[in-house]
Ligand binder design. Structure first.
Ligand SMILES: C=C(O[C@@H]1C=C(C(=O)O)C=C[C@H]1O)C(=O)O
Length: 662
C-alpha cells in the first residue's frame, strides 16, 4: 500500500479548495444581483421555481457522475438559492425605497452583543451590506422608544418562535406605537449550554437564561431537574454573568455564536424541544416602506371588531371573498376594556394590490378599530424539491407536476406528508377505521316511511351502522319524509348519510344528514366541493367512474382547503369501457389497485363500494381482499325499496358482514 501524502499537505489542499469555493459562491451572489437588476427592468417575480427545478435536476445528474449523493447536492443548493433569493429581494426592496439606502444603520435590539436579537439585527444589516451601529436595549419598550425618538433607525422585535409560539409582550407594544413594520427576518436558534472553558456538565449547579429559551428548552431542563434556574433580561446578560462568575458551576443558555463573543464554550447543543427551532423577528422603523410587486409581500393589520357575535367571522369572510390568505391570526386583550380583544393578522399580500385595498375598505366598515402596521417583503423562502422521477432522471422536461405538492412545494392537505396520522372520523356507532370497517347500506328512494322503518330495523340487526339515502329528488314530499326517516334512524342509532346528486340537494341534505355523500358524477363540481368544505359535517367524496385516483384526491383537497377536515374517500370502481369494442354500455370494475394507491397516498379514510362492479352474491369473495387492503368502510346496496327485505337478501347481507368482522 502506497504511503498517503502528509496530513498537513492534504489539509493545505482542502483549505485552498475551500477558498476557491467561497470565491465562487461570492461570484454567484454577484451574478444573482445582476439577475435582480434584469428582473427590475422586466418586472419579473424574483422567484422562478421552474428554473430552480431545472437547475437542481441538472446538478443532481452531474453530481451523481462525480460520485456526489443527490440529497447532499440538493440541500447545498437549497441554501444557496435561499441566500440568492433573499439577497435579490433585499436589493430590489432597497431600490424601491431609496431613502433607506445608507452606509450605516443604527439597530436597536434586546440585550447586549451576542443575544439572539443582536444576531438577527446583524444578519439583516449584512444582507443589505450596511454597517451596523449597535444599540442594545433592556426591554421591548426601550427598543420602540429608541426608534420613535430617532436614536435608532430600526428596531428588532422577536414575534414568534417555532417552540414557544407567539411572544405576547411584543404584540402588546405594537398596539401603542406609531412605528411601521418594514421587514422580517428569521434566524435559526440553536440553544446551547454555555460554560467557562474547562467546566463540564457535572459541575453545573445554576443556569442563567432569558424566560423564552427556558420555555423553549423545558424538556431538557426537566430532565436535569437538579439545575437551579435564574431568569435574566436577555441571553446576553446570562452569558455575561457566566463570564464574570468567579466559580465554574454556572452556565448560560444561548447560541454558540453568541457564546464565543464571551469566550464561553458550548458543551451541549440542540437543547430546544423542537428540532427546528427558529425565531422570527419583525423590523420596525419610523416610516413605512413600499414593496415592489415582484416581491412576495406580507401585510400586518391590527383590528378590534367589537363584541357582536360572529364579528370576527364576518371580518375573516371579507379576506376570503377577496382571495386573501392569512398566515397568522393572534388575539390580545385591550387594556382597559375587559373581554374585548385586539386581533393581529398577517396577510400574504401587498398592501397596494387591488384585492388588499378593496378588503381594507370593507373591513373599515365593519370594525371598531383597524390599522395597518406595515407591508414588507416576506422572507420565508420555501425550498424547491424534485419529485422522484426528476431525481432519478436528472431532468424536469415533460415531467408531470409533483402530485402531492402545490406550486410552492407545500405538501397537499390529503397527503401523508401533510399529516402523518390517520384521520379518525366517527359518527355515532359508525367509525371509519380499517380494524373494524364501517358498514353502510344504501336505500334507494322513493320509499314509504313505514317500509323504511321495517327495513331499518332488519338492517340494524344485521350489524349495519349507517344508512345511505340516495335519490332525494325522487321522494315525494321530501322534507316530511326526511323527518320520518331521521326519526327511525335515530331510534335505531343508525347514522344518516345523504347522497348529493344535484346542487339543489345540498340544503336539505345538510339539515337532515349526519354525513353527506357527494355522488361521483359531481366529483368535478368545484362549487359543490367548495360548499361542502365550509360545512361542519363529515363528507364522503365518491370517485367518478371515469376519473383516476389523483382526480379524487384533488377533489378532496378542495374540500379540506376550505376548512372541513372530515373528508372520507369512496372508491366505487372504474369504467372499463375503452371505446374499442364500440359497446357504450358501462362496465364498471372494482379497482382494488386504486384502493391501494389511495390508502398509500392519503391520511383520510377510504371506503369502498363494490356494488357497481360485483353481483351481490359474489361480494363475499371480495371481502378478504377489501379487509386486507385496509378499507375503512364498506357500502352495500339494498335491492328494492317497496317492501320488507326478503329473507334471502337478509342472509346474504348477514354473511357479508360476518366475513367483514371475523
Ligand atoms: C437567480 C435567479 O433567481 C432565483 C434564484 C435562483 C438561483 O439562485 O439559482 C434561481 C431562480 C430564482 O428563483 C434566477 O432567476 O435565475
Amino acid at each position: 500500500m502506497s504511503k498517503p501524502q502528509p496530513l498537513n499537505h492534504t489539509r493545505e489542499q482542502i483549505t485552498a479548495l475551500d477558498n476557491d469555493l467561497l470565491a465562487l459562491l461570492a461570484k454567484r451572489r454577484e451574478l444573482s444581483l445582476d439577475v435582480a437588476r434584469s428582473k427590475e427592468v422586466d418586472v419579473r417575480p424574483i422567484r422562478d421555481t421552474k428554473r430552480e427545478k431545472e437547475l437542481l435536476a441538472r446538478l443532481v445528474k452531474q453530481g451523481r457522475e462525480k460520485g456526489l449523493d443527490a440529497h447532499y447536492v440538493i440541500s447545498l443548493y437549497q441554501s444557496i438559492i435561499e441566500d440568492s433569493v433573499l439577497n435579490q429581494q433585499a436589493f430590489l426592496h432597497g431600490r424601491a425605497n431609496p431613502d433607506t439606502q445608507k452606509p450605516q444603520y443604527t439597530a436597536a435590539y434586546l440585550g447586549a452583543k451576542g443575544s439572539y436579537s443582536y444576531l438577527a439585527a446583524t444578519r439583516y444589516c449584512a444582507r443589505r451590506q450596511v454597517d451596523m451601529q449597535e444599540f442594545g436595549c433592556q426591554s421591548f419598550d426601550a427598543i420602540i422608544q429608541a426608534v420613535e425618538s430617532g436614536q435608532a433607525d430600526y428596531g428588532f422585535l422577536p414575534i414568534e418562535n417555532t417552540s414557544s409560539g407567539s411572544i405576547n409582550e411584543v404584540y402588546d407594544v405594537l398596539q401603542h406605537t406609531s412605528l411601521a413594520i418594514v421587514g422580517e427576518t428569521t434566524i435559526e436558534v440553536e440553544h446551547c449550554l454555555l460554560v467557562q472553558s474547562g467546566s463540564n456538565i457535572n459541575h453545573i449547579k445554576t443556569v442563567y437564561a432569558h424566560p423564552q429559551p427556558i420555555s423553549q428548552c423545558s424538556r431538557y431542563l426537566g430532565l436535569h431537574g437538579q439545575l437551579k434556574l435564574e431568569y435574566c433580561a436577555s441571553s446576553a446578560e446570562a452569558m455575561e454573568k457566566v463570564k464574570q462568575s468567579k466559580t465554574a458551576d454556572v452556565a448560560a443558555i444561548g447560541s454558540a455564536e453568541g457564546g464565543s463573543l464571551y469566550q464561553l464554550e458550548a458543551i451541549e447543543k440542540g437543547l430546544a424541544n423542537q428540532k427546528i427551532n427558529q425565531s422570527r423577528f419583525i423590523v420596525v422603523a419610523q416610516k413605512s416602506v413600499d414593496v415592489p410587486e415582484q416581491l412576495p409581500a406580507k401585510s400586518t393589520l391590527i383590528m378590534a371588531t367589537g363584541q357582536k357575535p360572529g364579528a370576527l367571522v364576518d371580518a375573516l369572510s371579507v379576506l376570503k371573498a377577496h382571495n386573501l390568505n392569512m398566515s397568522k391570526l393572534e388575539s390580545r386583550p385591550i387594556a382597559g376594556t375587559p373581554w374585548e380583544e385586539m386581533f393581529y393578522l398577517d396577510i400574504e399580500a401587498n398592501l397596494s394590490s387591488s384585492s388588499m385595498t378593496a378588503a381594507l375598505k370593507e373591513l373599515e366598515k365593519i370594525t371598531r378599530f383597524i390599522k395597518v402596521l406595515g407591508c414588507y417583503p416576506s422572507e420565508s423562502v420555501k425550498p424547491t424539491h424534485l419529485d422522484h422521477q426528476q431525481l432519478m432522471l436528472g431532468s424536469t422536461s415533460e415531467q408531470p407536476e409533483r402530485l402531492a405538492t402545490t406550486e410552492n412545494s407545500q405538501p397537499l392537505r390529503y397527503s401523508k406528508a401533510y399529516k402523518t396520522t390517520h384521520t379518525l372520523i366517527k359518527c355515532g356507532q359508525l367509525e371509519f377505521n380499517a380494524e373494524q370497517p364501517g358498514a353502510i347500506i344504501q336505500i334507494q328512494l322513493p320509499i314509504e316511511p313505514n317500509v323504511f322503518e321495517q327495513q331499518v330495523k332488519t338492517l340494524k340487526e344485521s350489524g349495519f351502522q349507517a344508512v345511505l339515502l340516495r335519490g332525494l329528488h325522487l321522494q315525494q314530499d321530501v322534507e316530511n319524509a326526511l323527518v320520518q326517516f331521521k326519526k327511525s334512524l335515530d331510534h335505531f342509532n343508525l347514522a344518516c348519510i345523504i347522497v348529493i346528486e344535484y346542487g339543489s340537494d345540498l340544503t336539505l341534505a345538510a339539515h337532515y344528514g349526519d354525513i353527506l355523500f357527494l355522488d361521483g358524477a359531481q366529483m368535478f363540481n368545484q362549487s359543490l366541493l367548495t360548499q361542502l368544505g365550509t360545512l361542519l359535517l363529515p363528507v364522503i367524496v365518491e370517485r367518478n367512474h371515469m376519473a383516476n385516483t389523483e382526480a379524487l384526491l384533488t377533489a378532496s383537497n378542495t374540500v379540506l382547503s376550505q376548512g372541513n377536515q372530515q373528508v372520507i374517500l369512496c372508491e366505487s370502481g372504474i369504467n372499463m369501457n375503452t371505446g374499442i369494442n364500440m359497446n357504450n354500455s358501462e362496465h364498471i370494475s372494482l379497482d382494488l389497485a386504486g384502493l391501494v394507491s389511495l390508502k398509500n397516498a392519503t391520511h383520510l379514510p377510504v371506503i369502498t363500494n363494490p356494488c357497481y362492479a360485483v353481483e351481490m352474491t359474489q361480494i363475499n369473495t371480495y371481502i378478504p381482499a377489501i379487509k386486507n387492503l385496509r378499507a375503512d368502510g364498506l357500502v352495500l346496496h339494498l335491492s328494492q325499496s317497496t317492501q320488507a327485505i326478503n329473507p334471502d337478501e337478509v342472509s346474504q347481507l348477514n354473511d357479508i358482514l360476518r366475513s367483514l368482522y371475523h
